[in-house]
Design a protein around this ligand. Structure first.
Ligand code: SF4
Ligand code: ZN
Ligand code: ZN
Length: 322
């Protein structure tokens, strides 16, 4: 197998590009694809200060590395979610990456800072864990970016993630979500700009990128992801990609080119009111994160008061990733 660019020994075959690459040209391809996505979708300006949401996984650590390589000022933001051993381990991978490169890593620990962990908080609020987790992440990423005066929050959603989310949104015709499905969500009404610079790279490519760059990342999936419907959508699309290389890219980029504008109106206008408790943009008097915190901590306190001896909050010393 020979590199399509230099004819040297190739280490990876990317069927949707109908090309093979040696390590040097594969790394160049990854950088070029990120630069292309940034330019094509106007994600970032030169010199932007970017806050990268990092979880210890291949996508977010790879993204941080790529943005630095492309010359952006990029700090990391790690959220401790309190999901047991998985959390401990993902925090360790993130800290090791940041310290080995002398990078600035901001850490927020939900159990320590807000008094609940995601599994118990979700139960108390009668939400599925990924829903409580997603709303907490959105709220805390936004807050950290606004407080730190960052130009954008960057997340490590790759092509496989975006195609699977699109598949689910089309399957159920979630018009409002379709209206927001874009690599760029501009800053608006108190929300920071949000960007997804990895949309032109797949999961396999990000794993290979990390391997070649010596980035050690957590391989285990979050235990809460079990039964997650996006994993099923990914499996369906992987099957399709086997026989039709490029199907995911055609589906996702075809939607952006030909469908996204149609649904943009369905996303509706953002409300201009702000949460009475925390000041975050909100659709009601109290934002969803403050409501979640209230219910989750009330349930923790009543569980604690039912015990005969004082107990510290469960999961207090744990760290977790997204
Ligand atoms: Fe959060 Fe992802 Fe785990 Fe769901 S699978 S709880 S969204 S980290
Ligand atoms: Zn080559
Ligand atoms: Zn609030």
């Amino acid at each position: 197998m020979k590199c399509t660019v230099c004819r040297g020994p190739a280490i990876i075959d990317i069927r949707r590009h109908n090309a093979k690459f040696c390590s040097e040209h594969f790394l160049k391809l990854c950088r070029d694809q990120v630069a292309k996505a940034i330019k094509e979708f106007s994600l970032l300006e030169a010199g932007d200060r970017v806050l990268v949401a990092v979880s210890g996984g291949k996508d977010s650590l790879g993204l941080w590395d790529l943005l630095l390589d492309l010359g952006y000022q990029a700090d990391g933001l790690y959220l401790g979610l309190g999901i047991g051993d998985y959390s401990d381990s993902s925090g360790e991978y993130t800290r090791a990456f940041a310290s080995s490169r002398g990078l600035n890593l901001i850490e927020i620990d939900i159990p320590d800072d807000y008094g609940f962990d995601i599994p118990n908080g979700a139960k108390a609020a009668r939400r599925v864990p990924c829903s409580a987790c997603g709303l907490s992440k959105r709220h805390l990423f936004d807050k950290a970016a606004i407080d730190g005066n960052y130009d954008a929050v960057a997340t490590g959603h790759n092509l496989d993630d975006e195609a699977a989310v699109l598949f689910g949104n089309v399957l159920h015709w979630h018009e409002e979500y379709l209206g927001r499905q874009h690599p760029l969500l501009p800053a608006r009404n108190g929300f920071p700009k949000k960007v997804k610079p990895l949309v032109r790279l797949g999961e396999r490519e990000m794993a290979a990128y990390c391997l070649l760059r010596g980035i050690d990342y957590i391989v285990e999936e979050c235990p809460m992801a079990d039964g997650n419907r996006h994993l099923r959508y990914k499996a369906v699309l992987n099957e399709l990609e086997l026989t039709t290389p490029g199907a995911k890219a055609d589906f996702f980029f075809g939607f952006l080119a030909r469908g996204a504008d149609h649904f943009a109106v369905a996303a509706g206008e953002d409300t201009l009111r702000f949460c009475d408790r925390c000041g975050a943009p909100s659709s009601g008097e109290i934002c969803a994160f403050c409501r979640l915190t209230e219910r989750a901590t009330a349930s923790t306190q009543s569980a604690n008061s039912a015990q005969s001896t004082p107990v510290t909050f469960v999961g207090r010393d744990r760290h977790v990733s997204q």
